[in-house]
Design a binder for this molecule. Sequence first.
Ligand code: FMN
Length: 139
Amino acid sequence: MTSITYASSATQPFSDEDLKALLIKARDNNSKLGITGLLLYKDGNFMQTVEGPEDAVRELYKKINADPRHTHILKLLEYEITERSFPTWGMGFRNLNDVGAKEIPGYSEFLNTGLTSPFFQKNPTKAQKLLLMFRQTMR
Ligand SMILES: Cc1cc2nc3c(=O)[nH]c(=O)nc-3n(C[C@H](O)[C@H](O)[C@H](O)COP(=O)(O)O)c2cc1C
């Protein structure tokens, strides 16, 4: 299996309804493809991990890349995995603009760092750390 993590910038502001529609579609597709992962949204930027069978993940990443709803898509990590990081989530989601995000243990380190910040490009393992932080806190 393969895991890909990227960050991107929305080309339009996403309302809660827009995010919900995106997630419903993504979860429906991903369950058919055996893909799991986590999507973060903050200040108009995304960070996402998609994991699963190599071919399916590569195909999906191509599709996501071509999606006009976001741009400046920057791959942070791509590596082979034998075990999933987000096995129970067809696509987990967290809006970091929501009140309460501040309370997530460990998140304070990233509070003022944009998801598309060069910091994550220089320190891709920090991107992974940020995403993994949500494993414990998500429903
Ligand atoms: C930030 C972002 C994350 C996305 N994540 C997924 C995803 O995990 N799975 C998925 O199927 N589509 C995802 N999409 C949507 C795809 O780009 C594309 O619109 C969708 O897969 C098309 O599905 P269809 O071919 O069934 O119409 C995402 C789009 C954006 C902008």
